[in-house]
Design a protein around this ligand. Structure first.
Ligand code: ZN
Ligand code: ZN
Length: 264
């Protein structure tokens, strides 16, 4: 079974000509998942050949617009932009507050957000929970992150491989252990050292996290302009992380098989 992760958006909330806001398209067997859907993600799916029309799950880490900005536009497209109309179900998964967000988006934009014309399930997960979708053999675990009062990181498991994603976080007790044993770890690294906020990672903070997690491949994303993205692998090495590192770019595809993550 192929397990592939496409980076749709490697950027932040800052407009960029090359980096869309956060979004990842994940395919494994019958699962076609969007993990975060920041601004530009929807058009990124079209740009990189992701089957946006047949998406089965949307997972959200938190409710900042660089992670959820394309949620309503995507539901609008799925509801009104397909012929013949979509009939397959869609599951939207998010941390505490996802129901409130969906209700407010429906108030602002229209009933299609909650009733797009195909079965839509909205699932609110606690910040430290495990959920599995038996229909496709997908396991989803959450862990709190130090970013907002409800933000989470995800760990996705299938028979083929395991992917972890920080969403946005600062240094967070227990997160490295939560990520252990994942082939691919996608992690934010927003700012240069020394840290100026506790709600985002710097290279030193990420190195500490990655050392404990020890993934086969670390993909670094969500880098603000004040941190030179080309310098990040060297900064992580200086901070003591010796594992494989790749700086994310829009359109990067990583395949998982046999316990390894390979950049395609
Ligand atoms: Zn955020
Ligand atoms: Zn963000």
């Amino acid at each position: 079974m192929d397990f592939e992760v496409t980076i749709l958006g490697s950027g932040t909330l800052v407009p960029s000509g090359t980096r869309r806001s956060a979004g990842h398209f994940i395919t494994c067997g019958s699962t076609r998942m969007l993990m975060d859907c920041g601004s530009g993600t929807m058009h990124g799916m079209a740009r990189w050949g992701a089957a946006w029309d047949r998406i089965t799950h949307i997972l959200l880490t938190h409710f900042h617009t660089d992670h959820v900005g394309d949620l309503a536009p995507l539901l609008f497209a799925l509801s009104h932009g397909l012929s013949p109309r979509r009939t397959d179900p869609l599951t939207v998964v998010g941390p505490p507050g996802i129901h409130r967000l969906m209700n407010r988006l429906a108030e602002a934009f229209g009933a299609y957000v909650l009733a797009p014309g195909f079965p839509l399930e909205v699932l609110e997960l606690e910040r430290d929970s495990v959920w599995s979708d038996e229909s496709c053999g997908l396991g989803v675990s959450t862990h709190p992150t130090r970013h907002t009062d409800t933000s989470v990181a995800y760990r996705l498991e299938t028979d083929t491989g395991t992917v972890s994603y920080t969403g946005d976080t600062g240094p967070q007790t227990g997160l490295g252990k939560f990520f252990q044993g994942t082939e691919l770890m996608i992690a934010e690294c927003s700012y240069p050292d020394p840290p100026r906020v506790e709600t985002h990672l710097t290279p030193c903070g990420l190195a500490t996290l990655a050392k404990e997690a020890s993934p086969d491949l670390l993909v670094v994303t969500h880098i603000y302009p004040e941190l030179d993205s080309d310098a990040v692998p060297g900064l992580l090495a200086q901070a003591g992380y010796g594992g494989r590192v790749r700086v994310a770019e829009d359109g990067l595809v990583v395949s998982l098989a046999g316990g390894e993550a390979r950049v395609r």
